[in-house]
Ligand binder design. Structure first.
Ligand code: ASP
Length: 295
């Protein structure tokens, strides 16, 4: 089984959603899809998560209104092009309505409650689009997936103790569905509140889900693997075909932005592999991260 995680650049537009869905369809072993929030469509664009962070801090209703509209417009562009009706996702609620409701919800902390909504909307769109294309897919939120988090310093982390629960929940759901679409980047704390992981945390969600299911993990991004130098600056650079977990961890900790450093350990502990692949060029081999340099 494979857990396939799509980053923000791989879900920025309707075309990117279609390509991600094609990747999912191409390999029936891909039974779990983890979604990030949509990223930038063009260089001056703003990532959905950045807009949500601004909204969480906004004290000014006029500014909040514009932010809600901008977030909704980005998603609307995607759903309209994909032919997904907003009525088929989020229980028929409009995105701006849901945002407003969440802003007022006193049972969640405003910041923590809002910032992972991009992942929730993104996964809802993907699940609705896959269903519309005839796939037996289902949206599964973090609480249904059993993802429990705890506070470690400034951030939340996924609890190792939730692995059994995650496995039990997902195995049961996998009997009914071909594919489960799960938003990354958050979990529920012991009190049941939605809490975000640190930035880029959808990689971490994917790695823990893979560890729970004894599945390998794929990280679909906008570059063809892990590079020693930034391929956007050095176009002649070649990706590394293989990396050990420790090498990957060292690179991630030293700023290789392709992967969140916390995503390595859960896979290493279970000896599972991770492949970093380019969703723009799925035929490229990418980088395989595993126990040794020679798989
Ligand atoms: N959307 C979140 C971020 O921008 C999480 C993620 O992409 O993994 O940090």
């Amino acid at each position: 089984m494979l857990v396939a995680k799509f980053g923000g650049s791989s879900l920025a537009t309707a075309t990117r959603f279609r390509q991600a869905a094609d990747i999912l369809r191409a390999e029936p072993d891909r039974r779990i899809c983890v979604c990030s929030a949509p990223g930038k469509r063009f260089p001056q664009d703003r990532k959905i998560t950045d807009l949500l962070i601004d909204l969480a801090y906004s004290q000014d209703e006029e500014k909040s209104l514009l932010l809600r509209q901008e977030i909704e417009a980005h998603f609307q562009e995607i759903t309209e092009d994909l032919g997904v009706r907003q009525a088929d996702m989020l229980h028929g609620q409009r995105i701006s309505e849901r945002l407003k409701e969440e802003e007022k919800d006193l049972s969640v902390d405003r910041y923590d409650g809002l910032i992972a909504l991009g992942e929730i909307f993104s996964a809802s769109v993907m699940a609705a689009y896959l269903c519309k294309s005839g796939y037996k897919a289902s949206f599964v939120g973090a609480s249904q997936a059993g993802i429990l988090v705890y506070k470690a310093g400034e951030h939340y982390r996924i609890h190792e103790d939730s692995l059994d629960k995650i496995r039990d929940q997902l195995v049961t759901l996998l009997e009914r569905y071909d594919l489960l679409v799960i938003p990354g980047f958050y979990g529920r704390d012991a009190a049941g509140k939605r809490r975000p992981l640190s930035r880029g945390g959808s990689d971490v969600t994917a790695a823990w889900l893979a560890a729970a299911l004894q599945a390998d993990c794929e990280i679909w991004t906008d570059v063809s693997g892990v590079f020693v130098t930034d391929p956007r600056v050095h176009p002649e650079a070649q990706p590394l075909p293989y990396l050990t977990y420790d090498q990957m961890l060292e690179m991630a900790e030293h700023g290789a932005s392709v992967l969140h450093p916390e995503a390595v350990r859960p896979l290493q502990a279970k000896g599972l592999s991770m492949q970093v692949k380019n969703s723009f060029r799925p035929e490229d081999p990418g980088t395989l991260v595993g126990p040794s340099l020679h798989p």
